[in-house]
Design a protein around this ligand. Sequence first.
Ligand code: ARG
Length: 454
Amino acid sequence: MWKGRFQEQTAELLQTFSESISFDWRLWRHDIEGSIAHSAALVKAGLLTAEERAQIVAGLREIGAEIEAGKFEFKLALEDIHMNIEAELTRRIGAPGAKLHTARSRNDQVATDLRLYLRDECDAISAGLRELQGALVELAEREQDVIIPGYTHLQRAQPVSFAHHLLAYVEMLDRDHGRVADARKRMNVLPLGSGAIAGSTILIDRAYVAELLGFDGVTQNSMDAVSDRDFAVELLSALALVATHLSRLSEDVILWASSEFKFIHISDAYTTGSSLMPQKKNPDVAELTRGKTGRVFGNLVSLLTTLKGLPMTYNRDMQEDKEPVFDSVDTIRASLAVFSGMMRGVRANRAACAAAVADPMLLATDLADYLVNRGVPFRHAHEFVGKAVALCTQRGCDLPQLTLADYQAISPAYQADLFDCFRLETAMLARQAIGAPSPANVAAQLARWKVMLG
Ligand code: ARG
């Protein structure tokens, strides 16, 4: 491609060191899409005839079909996807192919391809997020009446419905969905026409190309357009948060499936056995998803580090953007898909959940609220309940086993109806604040999500 300027062949070691075709071949569809739109602008500018363009389009489509069928031979010597396609096109159709690279450079071409590619990936990831939200809502609805202990510090705190716990993740995934949509909005601007750095002396209608490719606008500074990858960083950052949320959900699933918790059964289709221990049923999907968080974080840091300190404008360093981008996108898409499948097959173990949530200590706060309703300042009420808990520890019993006299010795504000506090059903009904898990609230949230998720 640059034979005009060079006398010696590229060293073989450099060829393998610098090639990107082994991974950027994945951009072929978008590279072809971009070239087809670019050729239309070249016709409009009078630089190609309609006939020449027809040959270009047919040639590109033919190459695309061969790539799709796995029949296209990529050449390492041609470095990247852009040169592989263009060189083959020119080999096939001759002169019109050689005109395609007019008023464009690989620098604006790769920036365009990556935006087009990531735009599609944003859509797929958004769908994957919606799918997992749907799976969680489905499970929450199926097990709507199951109450479990909620935890802080992984210590039993207060009762919550299993559905409420699951819907917490539906909220997180919804913000992830919003972040991906934001990233998509900002990336949907056309860099093509920025040339290598300073645009081109040959004028083409950039707005027309943008319209053909479905971009919302065109970049306004050619140097910015070829040198930044912030749109990719934004997406990788949003994906790092998706990974964080999936990792936390994984941890909950792993705990819940353990013999210690036993809150859920995961279907056999989404668990694995042990080659050694016949009794094992392992939550590998959740463990692997949690484990993959490392690479998704790493990819973000990798891309940020690649960009940091680069002088304007394009530098070859930027070719290193692709593998982290591909890896995060692939990892998140796969995790979302497999997790959705697994969650659809989860069942609550009602007996174990009921046994765990029968722990009366979960309602200690309700007992303090009881005193507050009788005029005791909360700080004092907290202390009075604390004393009752200490007495239980001393006697080796639970709060309902203390007598009214025991309670009244701590505070005269206690009356016989204090024991009503230990009724789980009443306790749940009382949690009516916006965002709290009363059965009516949870039902309303489920209904809201079902409408939202269609
Ligand atoms: N393969 C290159 C990349 O991914 C394409 C742009 C190359 N431009 C150049 N001037 N060498 O960044």
